[in-house]
Write a protein that binds this ligand. Structure first.
Ligand SMILES: Cc1ncc(COP(=O)(O)O)c(C=O)c1O
Length: 420
């Protein structure tokens, strides 16, 4: 290491308040693990964000549903500020006065006995995998190192080594081997394939009730209830990853509620931290969570008082049912307005609650180009695969603002069609 590398002044300097200047800096010094739209957000409130040049945008992505309550919701900011003045981190070496009340109310909201708090979504999924394997050995009686988990094609559960081991997305998966064994992939939503993949060593079926990263893919009616039945029959844990689909996004607290189904394990994240701090959790009943004993799993920051205070404020907001009801109420409007664009540049639309996957005619434009054009019209959204975009505005959006999102998309498609 040289002196210049450790001299603070060498790394500092005024940056022109332009999008370009910040993007150039970031390109130089931050790893290129994302390909963001050219918008540099400086301020945000509710459904609106403002970039460093003062341009305003309606945020129709909500940080992949981590901002279900919008940016800086006053109740959540107040809970965070209040806790910042008390205590922020204890580690789990000691108790804190926020964790118990948070876990009690989150468990009640989900209809489960116990909560294991973590930080990121991937950690929650890793935790659920560990719990399912341990349950397999200690409760189901699977022989050592034989535990097997069925997963879905097109899954997205995070970026850790084990999780990318069973991802079929080459960008997420390739060149990160050697991979963790013990997973079998079946087509998403295919009950017969799941049944065929289950063996005596199977401990869990891990699935997303709706596949967000895959473009809001909604399984066929009856999949969730059929899977519940199958898991019960075969003594296999039904593990629902509700990290993106949960906490109000689909018009219910959990997407599994669409078919009145209760999973054995839920993973939650994103919106649980209110868009303020990373908070994730695994929820399960005592007979499953009981396999976790002191020293067998943990995280320095998991269950910290700041995270628990914010998470608790999120749970209190969800307990009123107001946000879920609003999403459910706007769903038909959202669907109807988007479906009106089919044949005018859109090929297909999938909507549940305030969550939509729209497939643009690939001959017209890519999803990335559509998102760039949407940004020029003041709406932020993100492409997923090819020509698909995902729309997931904050659940606090008004009907009029939702109309602005669809109008902007209609304008982008009309522009592209007329310049063909
Ligand atoms: C369904 C699902 N599971 C897990 C994750 C991973 O969450 P995180 O990025 O917080 O690790 C995501 C993130 O998009 C997700 O959508």
């Amino acid at each position: 290491m040289t002196d210049t590398m450790s001299t603070p002044s060498a790394a500092q300097g005024e940056i022109a308040r332009t999008n370009t200047a910040f993007i150039e800096l970031e390109d130089r010094v931050a790893a290129h693990n994302y390909s963001p739209l050219p918008v540099v957000v400086a301020q945000a409130e509710g459904v609106w964000v403002t970039d460093v040049e003062g341009n305003r945008y309606l945020d129709a992505l909500s940080a992949y549903s981590a901002l279900n309550f919008g940016h800086r919701h006053p109740d959540l900011v107040a809970a965070a500020k209040d806790q910042l003045d008390r205590s922020t981190l204890t580690s789990r070496a000691f108790h804190n006065d926020q964790l118990g009340p948070f876990c009690r109310d989150l468990a009640a909201l989900l209809g489960k006995d116990m909560i294991l708090p973590m930080n990121t979504g991937a950690e929650a999924v890793e935790t659920a995998i560990k719990i399912a394997r341990k349950w397999g050995y200690q409760v189901k009686g699977v022989a050592a190192d034989r535990a097997h988990i069925v997963v879905m094609a097109g899954n997205f559960h995070g970026r850790t080594t084990t999780i990318v081991s069973f991802s079929d997305d080459p960008e997420a998966h390739d060149d990160y081997g050697p991979y963790t064994p013990g997973f079998t992939t079946v087509p998403y939503g295919d009950l017969a394939a799941i049944e065929a993949a289950i063996t005596d060593d199977t401990v869990a079926v891990l699935f997303e009730p709706i596949q967000g990263e895959q473009g809001v893919q909604i399984p066929k009616e009856g999949f969730l209830s059929g899977l519940r039945e199958l898991c019960t029959q075969r003594n296999v844990l039904m593990v629902a990853d509700e990290i993106q689909s949960g906490l109000g996004r689909t018009g219910t607290t959990l997407a599994c509620a669409y078919e009145g189904v209760e999973a054995d394990i839920y993973t939650l994240g994103k919106a649980l931290g209110g868009g303020i701090v990373p908070v994730s959790a695994v929820a399960a009943d005592r007979d499953v969570m009981g396999v976790i004993t002191p020293g067998t799993h943990g995280s320095t920051f998991g269950g910290n008082p700041l995270a628990a205070a914010v998470g608790h404020a999120v749970v209190k907001m969800l307990a009123t049912g107001e946000h879920q009801a609003h999403a459910a109420e706007l769903e038909p409007v959202f669907r109807e307005r988007l479906e009106a664009l089919i044949g005018k540049g859109l090929q297909a639309v999938r909507v549940r609650g305030l969550w939509a996957g729209v497939d643009i005619d690939p001959d017209l434009m890519t999803g990335k180009d559509a998102c760039k054009a949407l940004a020029r019209r003041g709406v932020l959204a993100k492409d997923t695969h090819g020509s698909t975009i995902r729309l997931a505005p904050p659940l606090t959006i008004t009907e009029d603002e939702l109309g602005q999102v669809v109008d902007a998309l209609g304008g982008v498609l009309a522009d592209a069609s007329s310049s063909r």
